[in-house]
Design a protein around this ligand. Sequence first.
Ligand code: NAD
Ligand code: ZN
Length: 466
Amino acid sequence: MAAARARAVHLLRLLQRAACQCPSHSHTYSQAPGLSPSGKTTDYAFEMAVSTIRYGAGVTKEVGMDLQNMGAKNVCLMTDKNLSQLPPVQTAMDSLVKNGINFKVYDHVRVEPTDTSFMEAIEFAKKGAFDAFLAVGGGSTIDTCKAANLYSSSPDSDFLDYVNAPIGKGKPVTVPLKPLIAVPTTSGTGSETTGVAIFDYEHLKVKTGIASRAVKPTLGLIDPLHTLHMPGRVVANSGFDVLCHALESYTALPYHMRSPCPSSPITRPAYQGSNPISDIWAVHALRIVAKYLKRAVRNHDDLEARSNMHLASAFAGIGFGNAGVHLCHGMSYPISGLVKTYKAKDYNVDHPLVPHGLSVVLTSPAVFTFTSQMFPERHLKVAEILGADTRTARRPDAGPVLADTLRKFLFDLDVDDGLAAIGYSKADIPALVKGTLPQERVTKLAPRPQSEEDLSALFEASMKLY
Ligand SMILES: NC(=O)c1ccc[n+]([C@@H]2O[C@H](COP(=O)([O-])OP(=O)(O)OC[C@H]3O[C@@H](n4cnc5c(N)ncnc54)[C@H](O)[C@@H]3O)[C@@H](O)[C@H]2O)c1
Ligand SMILES: [Zn+2]
């Protein structure tokens, strides 16, 4: 009798929990619009936009046929100086030649592009009157090519027209773009799947970008053979980008808690908040990172590990490209933009540079300690995937458990010991905070709102990691 009553009480509790739409109690989401804390109506729908992707060892040799099938007669191939000397670009050019495609090479892509470097590429694209684009490289190359395609297709637009508000005007893209094929050579940004192009806005010394489904590549050719050429630190840093894309998109504010609700589908942002489909990709990408990233960094010829990371980058891209990212990315933009003299190992460039993946991961222990109050189950789940023993962990432990797991992961991969190790001190915190404030497009997707004092505290807590 007592057992039956206990079971009835247990079932009742389960039902109550299932009825609760709070993402920390339920893994399903309400489809109904709700009222945000500010009283504005929140969104009720989300959209998944993804490039067509094709995966396979050696698949780059098909690119000439793809362009021929698209009817391309005059192609712009974009890459960076370093890659222009390496096999990925050679393989792509061989395929174009073999298939009789006319093309011009633009190899002045800047690693971690700026508005100036974007504009140089746009000028090249405008003059060339190209009918298709091919990007062979990492996120820097693919993003530059997206911008070149957009502005050469919309030649009368001002550069800031399509740049994210509040830095730019954030206008929706209504012009038709040319086909763009992206061949990613790093395992990080997932840019081959997303409608996002990031650059450093030199005037403000912060990164910002263009975010529109219209700029996503027509086709992504994911060829794992290219990853064998990547130096160890490029594998590590681009892998941290995958890690943070997955962690941030999975813990982002759910789409139905984001406001305002768009008045037309064209104004629904690319970054919409966590949602059940992005969650699947984020969790899957994270499992791959947990299993393969260390192997991929340490062994140049571990094709299994490097191929899996190449796929994980696309998986996380499908997730975050629609859900968005939040604080690690929002805070990373001034960390890269305000770089002083830091020179990243294994990056063959002539300017100081904090690689994107490094700039996002250094704040991750502090950020997830801060955000864990909101959706602790989600934070515990990702900690478990990354190897933490969470069997006895309680909800208030979620932040510290995930932060410790991340610190250990970073320590094992020889990551610099916090922002201090890459040249920042306490005196830089006001500028770092100032550079984060305009990043509302992503910071507002954090599950927990943050004040300027919170941001200062997060930067301070990230000065030293170990
Ligand atoms: N569009 C998006 O969705 C998105 C998402 C995240 C980051 N980003 C942006 O992407 C940029 C970073 O891109 P990334 O991390 O892919 O690196 P990257 O394109 O900046 O390249 C880093 C370095 O690695 C070299 N390299 C790349 N592939 C190589 C290979 N296979 N073999 C040897 N060397 C190789 C490059 O020449 C370069 O020196 C940043 O500007 C970042 O803000 C964009
Ligand atoms: Zn990123």
